[in-house]
Ligand binder design. Structure first.
Ligand SMILES: C[S@@+](CC[C@H](N)C(=O)[O-])C[C@H]1O[C@@H](n2cnc3c(N)ncnc32)[C@H](O)[C@@H]1O
Ligand code: SF4
Ligand code: SF4
Length: 519
């Protein structure tokens, strides 16, 4: 098992890191006969569904630690206007939806996909997410790309994103091309709300505005969703959270999509800035804070299952979800690569490594949870922990190099990924910047601890002063088992009055935001 772990780390680009400590949980838990050699999936998931999602970084939170996606920008046109979208804005440094550096023809897209596939064995999914709508303009480029790709690299999963307006008329073709995963952006289930988000739509050769536009869009979205789920296609629903417009309404959206069989609900924060030239940006509509987003997501728990690890990628993003390697595969660089040879061997080997890495992990997480419940009980309040990681479900990033922290909620019910916080890298060129450190501290100020592979003395002191414990004793270990082990110790220290409770802080945020709006 240890040999596999090290090989996997090097494939993930973690080769410079030291090998895991002797007490690595996979080894400690052993490999049960029932799960040895393959991962069984979470206890609450149908094995057939797990087969479809286990290597999809967006549909499985666990998979996002191991697998990469690639968006190809073959769909420039759109059939509606959202008040938060302006596709004319184009900047290679911007990482947000709708932004691309180069639009591609289907032929260019196929060459680029095969070039990426040759270089990145973690690649498992090819998605079309704009920059416009993948089903606008008759979905010509989208289907041409997928038709060709199926023949060239049949192991890559196909995925598309749409506003849903043209869905009902395209569902049959989606099923025919074996597209197993479809995302629909549904921001409202009430046209009264929708009219504040969509100034117009173009439908049946006519431009519609106001309530009429929102009503047509809503009906098409609901019908499209029902048609897809009836065919067993997994549907993820994206909702953009727009404070004051649809934030409290997203609970109704969650219920409506769950009742129609949506597999996942991805509530994402509005990104809004006057510089983007969008209606919302220019009129000062703000996006929610990470904490406000979490409040709404938490309020939806128990309904449609939530996706909380979305990175709101560009329409030409390449790589693991927390990274974007698009710059390595610009048109001129792909052209310069000469003959491309992709037989899928590296991907097969990589997937086998991941399978053996995952074998026994679900059992090991359950065992760690049971231990917490035995020592702490089942009533203790959960805490939040920020984690510096670059993949593989391990704590394997230095504090100063982290561009984001993954946030885990940990308590007697287990350790659960609940979001990520993007930050500016604290340490660049060997020195730390005080101002950047302040922004990192405020990004994770609701966390009791930050888990890192390594951290310097100076940021450690600032974190401690802010009430966030820097923890490097779990370096290179698995995140969830480490978080549960930390929680056991934390609860014990809390009982002795040795640490201040952080759970109350979360409750204050909760009371301040959503409950006030709902009242
Ligand atoms: C660029 S769109 C492309 C796919 C399709 N046209 C759609 O809207 O679903 C991909 C996703 O980005 C979201 N998006 C676009 N602009 C955004 C913004 N300013 N803030 C947050 N999400 C945004 C869309 O709502 C959609 O869920
Ligand atoms: S549907 Fe998608 S591409 Fe079209 S305007 Fe809205 S966000 Fe932009
Ligand atoms: S935007 Fe979200 S759902 Fe789409 S590829 Fe990125 S992480 Fe996955």
């Amino acid at each position: 098992m240890m040999g596999n772990v090290i090989a996997l780390d090097s494939i993930l680009g973690l080769g410079e890191l030291k090998a895991p400590a002797e007490s690595t949980p996979v080894e400690a838990s052993g490999c049960t006969t029932s799960s040895c050699g393959s991962s069984d999936g979470p206890a609450d998931m149908d094995p057939a569904v797990w087969e479809k999602v286990k290597n999809h970084p967006c549909y499985s939170e666990e998979a996002h630690h191991y697998f990469a996606r690639m968006h190809v920008a073959v769909a420039p046109a759109c059939n509606i206007q959202c008040n938060y979208c302006n596709r004319k804005y184009d900047c290679s440094n911007e990482s947000r939806p709708g932004v691309v550096s180069e639009k591609l023809t289907p032929d260019q897209a196929i060459r680029k996909i095969l070039a990426v596939a040759q270089e990145i064995p973690q690649l498992s999914v090819i998605g079309i997410a704009g920059p416009g709508d993948s089903l606008a303009a008759g979905a010509k480029n989208t289907f041409a790309t997928f038709e060709h790709l199926q023949k060239k690299a049949p192991d890559l999963k196909l995925c598309l994103s749409t506003n849903g307006l043209a869905l009902p008329e395209t569902v049959e073709r989606i099923a025919q091309y074996n597209i197993d995963h479809v995302t629909i952006t549904i921001n409202m289930v009430d046209p009264e709300v929708g009219q504040h988000i969509y100034p117009w739509i173009f439908y049946k050769h006519k431009r519609w505005t106001g309530l009429d536009a929102a009503k047509i869009l809503h009906e098409q979205q609901m019908l499209g969703l029902e048609m897809l789920t009836a065919r067993g296609i997994l549907v993820k629903v994206n909702s953009v959270m727009i404070p004051g417009i649809n934030d409290a309404h997203l609970l109704d959206v969650n219920k409506a999509v769950k009742s129609r069989g949506a597999f996942l609900h991805n509530i994402m924060p509005l990104i809004s800035d006057p510089a983007h030239g969008t209606h919302f940006g220019l009129t000062g509509q703000r996006g929610p804070s990470a904490q406000e987003l979490k409040v709404v997501q938490d309020a939806c728990e128990g309904g449609a299952k939530l996706m909380r690890h979305c990175r709101q990628c560009r329409a030409d993003a390449v790589g693991l979800l927390g990274e974007d390697r698009g710059e390595e595969f610009t048109a001129d660089k792909v052209e310069a690569m000469g003959e491309i040879h992709d037989d899928g061997d590296a991907r097969r080997t990589y997937r086998e490594h991941v399978e053996s890495e995952r074998a026994g992990r679900h059992a090991s997480k359950e065992a760690a949870k049971a231990e917490v419940q035995e020592t702490v009980g089942t009533q203790a309040d959960p805490i939040l922990i920020a984690v510096a990681t670059k993949g593989g479900e391990r704590i394997n990033e230095h504090f100063g190099h982290a561009k984001e922290f993954q946030i885990y909620e940990v308590g007697p019910k287990g350790a659960k990924f609940v979001g990520h916080r993007r930050v500016d890298q604290y340490c660049e060129g060997g020195t730390g910047d005080g101002e950047t450190l302040d922004t990192v501290l405020s990004a994770i100020n609701d966390c009791a601890a930050v888990f890192v592979a390594k951290i310097g003395g100076c940021p450690s002191k600032s974190l401690e002063a802010a009430g966030i414990e820097p923890v490097d004793r779990f370096a290179f270990e698995y995140i969830e088992e480490s978080a549960l082990s930390y929680f056991k110790d934390y609860a014990e220290r809390l009982g002795r009055g040795a640490v201040r409770s952080r759970a109350g802080q979360d409750a204050v945020i909760r009371t301040g935001a959503l409950t006030a709006r709902r009242a």
